[in-house]
Every structure is written in C-alpha cells, then in structure tokens.
Write a protein that binds this ligand. Structure first.
Ligand SMILES: *Cc1c(COP(=O)(O)O)cnc(C)c1O
Length: 494
C-alpha cells in the first residue's frame, strides 16, 4: 500500500487550477448567454454532420486530456452546434429557457453532491427539497400539508402518482400478487384523447396494459366530455372492472386546453376514484391572479404533476409530484431492507418514488423560487401568456395566416396562401394545406430564424408557438408572422 501514500489521481484538479478553469468557463458562459440573440436558433445540421464533428466512431482515448483545453473546445462545440431553447425566438414544444441562477445552482449542487435518497445522507438537501415541494404547492394553490418529491420531468411526475393510484385502487395485495391473482379485477384509467403519451408508457410498464386506458372524447374546445366519462365508468363498473384513476389535463401539450377539472373532481369524489391532474405545463399558470378559474380545482386532486423545467424555467431536469396524502406514495414504493435505518421523523425520499440514489435537483428550483419570489413568477408567467396572445392577434391580422387556437401561452395557426383561401374546409383544400404547412414547418425550423413546432387539431396540420421563455420580447413575436409568411411563399412557389 505504501505506493498510495501519495496518489496520482487522474481526475484531480488542484484548487488553483480549479479556480482558473472555473473562472474561464464562467467567462465563456457569460459571453455565450447574450450571444444567443444573434445566433441562429439552431444550425439544423444532419445527424451525420454532428457525428463527424464529435468523431463519433473513434474509440475511447487511452490517455487523459488537459482539462482546460477540453472545457474550452467542448464549450465551442456546444455553442456552435446546439439548438438553444433559451433563444428569444425558440417557441417550440414546451421547453423553457433556463434561468441563470438555476445554472449556478446545478454547479453548486454537483460540488456538494448530496445523495437525496435518505435524510441521513442529505440533511439540508432533503429539507430543501421538501420545502420546494411545499412552495410549488403554495404557488399553484394546492394543499401544503400533503407531500411529494422532485423527479426527472413531467413523465415521471405523472407516472409516480399513477403507481400510487394503482396501489390504492387494488383491494388485493397488488405489490406482492401482481395483476394475475384470481381476485384481481381489470383496472381502468380514464383520460381525454388529448392526454400526453406518458399515459401509454405508465399503463404499459405498470402491467395494466394500454388497452386499460379509456380514451374519453373531447368537446369542440378539446376538453374532456363529462357525459362520455360518466358513461365509460358506468359501463366498466357493470362489467366488473375496477376504475383506478381519472386524469384531467391542466394545459394540454398541443393547444393548452384545460379539462373541466371542477366537474371531474366532483365526479371522482362521488365515485371514489383517484383524481390526478397532469399540470406538467399549465399548473403553474395558477400562480397568476387572473388564471383560468378551472385551474382552482387542482386543489381538489389526489395528485398533481408539475414541471419546474417548464414554467418555473429550471434548467433540465426537474419535475415535481404533489400528493394530498404522502402515505399513498409510501404504500406504493417503500420497502425497508435491513440496511436502511433512517428513523421515523425524517423524510427519506427513497420511500416516495422510483429512484434510490437521487441528485439535488431541488437546489436550482429553490434558488429560483427565492430569486424571483412569488410576484416575480407571477410577472414572468403573465408576460409569457401576454406574448402568446399578442402573437395570436398579429397572426389574425396577417392576410396569409389563419389563427386557430389560443390557450395559456400556446397559439396555433397555419399558412393559407391567397390562392387556397377559397378551398379552406374542402377535403382537397385541407389536404393541400396540410401538406403545405408540414413542408413549411421543416422550412421554418431549418431557417434558424424562429423555432415553432406543430399540432394536428381536427385533422388540420398547424404550426404551434408556445411561449415559456424569459428571453422572448414583443419584437420577437412581432417578427414571426412575416417570417412564416415569407417562408410559406417560398415553399408554395416550389
Ligand atoms: C411536457 C408534458 C409532459 C411530459 O413532461 P416531460 O417533462 O417532457 O417528461 C406531460 N404532460 C404534459 C401536459 C406536458 O406538457
């Protein structure tokens, strides 16, 4: 062992060098952040080009590399070849611009590196995560005496309550006996056809199967049809099936539609079915004083999924589960092997979800909530909503564009050239507009001038802008209609 009294550690960086490298990196990031405005949103390179850039087929280097050079070159690589969701004109999907203090928070979290699976291993970090959960509940008007935890994102924030509801609904020991036990009944879940695809994954992975999902039709505003929900539950009960969960969406991923959450809550209470709200996108809009009234009913849900990496502007990744009664999470996830002796009064997040070792993703969210405060968040979210509304108005006012939907901070629209205006609504005209707008989306994304995504609503292929972006301003929104129309003309000519 004597050879190891001093150790040559290839990953060691001495304190002076760490300081130098860190300062250089922070300087570089500080220059990069404002430069996003003058860069293309994306260089839109082909996979083969990007693979060539990183030398995708070289094998792992045998010897190490100087860390300064490595950090410098890697920063360049990322700045020059990424899609920037923090670009002022990135309005695609639902991916937020990251808050600067969150970036620093991730660095600090990694430096201390607590394992937030158990209180003993992460005393302050555990209490900070519990406080973040309470603060998010407070922000959206959910009871603060419940519980929850942070997870990787919206998919997991929905999936964790799904497993809790599955355990709560079963009147046999489903965790030991599974679904094949003789006393088991087929479980059913109810959600509108606009629900995000996390639901298929959850139904599949939980063993109840995707056929257990009852897809409830929507009304003209893409909200769950309550009469259809009642019928579906009645039919299943008559067949001897077991209704496990009703999912209401607070801000659908394609148009921002909000299900009739008050009615669903009342129905679930009467029928004694778990009421879950997928608020991955829209729940945080409840922080704004003049939020849609329907969002108030989230307070009645057994569980809510929220995504801090959406409307709290946290750098990826951060999702948040809220539950009315944390014992349901413990019932669904906890095992107590003999090597875990953490005591009772402390929270051990290992007992409340799927992960064992857990990172300190709460820190960036905790810092951000305090940096902006409640009023700061109200202003930022309200501004995003106002910018989407302004985009919708400008699209409406543009001759060659047709505005389609506006809800929360999502506006949908399409390009309709004058020559096809008369054909709107006819099968042939709609087919041609769909093909045209599909080609246009590719052109818009490839242009790097602005980035939007798409939605398909009632058979119509639409462009879709979602503002969850601290860097977007009125001038950005004002530029979009003419960019889209100009590129639309190009595509139409070809
Ligand atoms: C974004 C979103 C999800 C999925 O969240 P991820 O963070 O991407 O995993 C689920 N549901 C809704 C309504 C969403 O907007």
């Amino acid at each position: 062992m004597s050879a190891l009294t001093t150790r040559d550690v290839p990953l060691e960086i001495d304190p002076e060098e760490f300081r130098r490298l860190g300062h250089a990196l922070i300087d570089s990031v500080a220059e990069f952040l404002p430069s996003r405005r003058t860069r293309p949103v994306t260089p839109f390179e082909a996979p083969s080009e990007v693979q060539r850039l990183i030398g995708a087929d070289r094998s792992l280097p045998l010897e190490g590399t100087d860390p300064g050079e490595l950090l410098h070159d890697t920063a360049r690589l990322l700045y020059d070849h990424s899609l920037f969701n923090g670009h002022p004109r990135f309005l695609g999907y639902i991916t937020a611009s990251p808050a600067p203090i969150g970036m620093l928070g991730d660095l600090l979290a990694a430096a201390v590196n607590p394992n937030v699976g158990s209180w003993r291993l992460a005393p302050v970090a555990t209490e900070i995560e519990a406080q973040v959960v309470r603060w998010i509940a407070e922000l959206i008007g959910y009871p603060t005496d419940g519980g929850g935890l942070l997870v990787s994102g919206g998919n997991m924030a929905n999936m964790v309550p799904f497993f809790a509801a599955r355990r709560a609904a079963a009147d046999w020991d489903i965790r030991a006996l599974g679904l094949a036990h003789p006393s088991a009944r087929p479980m059913r879940v109810y959600a509108s056809a606009e629900t995000h695809t996390w639901l298929q994954k959850a139904a599949d992975l939980s063993g109840i199967g995707t056929d257990a999902i009852r897809w409830i039709p929507t009304d003209s505003e893409l909200r769950m049809d309550m009469a259809a929900l009642r019928d579906a539950v009645r039919t299943d009960r008559e067949a001897g099936d077991l209704p496990m969960m009703v999912i209401g969406t607070a801000g659908s991923v394609s148009t921002g539609a909000i299900d009739p959450l008050h009615d669903i809550a009342a129905f679930c209470r009467k029928e004694r079915i778990w009421f879950h709200v997928d608020g991955a996108y829209g729940a945080l809009a409840a922080a704004v004083p003049d939020a849609p009234e329907e969002l108030r009913a989230m307070a009645l849900a057994d569980s809510v999924a929220v995504d801090p990496h959406k409307w709290l502007y946290a750098p990826l990744e951060a999702g948040c589960v809220l539950v009315r009664d944390p014992l349901h999470l413990r019932d669904a996830f906890s095992y107590h092997p003999p090597y875990y002796h953490f005591g009772q009064e402390a929270v051990n997040f290992v007992d409340f979800g799927m992960q064992n070792s857990r990172g300190f993703r709460a820190l960036k969210v905790w810092l951000q909530l305090q940096h902006a405060g409640r009023s700061g968040y109200q202003r930022m979210i309200a501004d995003d909503i106002a910018l989407a509304a302004e985009l919708y108005r400008q699209v409406e006012a543009h001759d060659e564009l047709q505005a389609e939907t506006l809800s929360l901070s999502i506006a949908t629209f399409r390009y309709v050239p004058p020559s096809l205006r008369g054909a709107v609504g006819t099968p042939d005209g709609e087919a041609r507009l769909n093909a045209l707008n599909q080609a246009l989306l590719e052109r818009v994304q490839g242009s790097g001038e602005v980035f939007v995504s798409n939605a398909v609503i009632n058979g119509r292929y639409l462009l879709r802008a979602c503002v969850v972006n601290l860097n977007t301003r009125a001038e950005d929104v004002a530029a979009i209609p003419e960019i889209v129309a100009r590129l639309g003309r190009e595509v139409r000519r070809e």
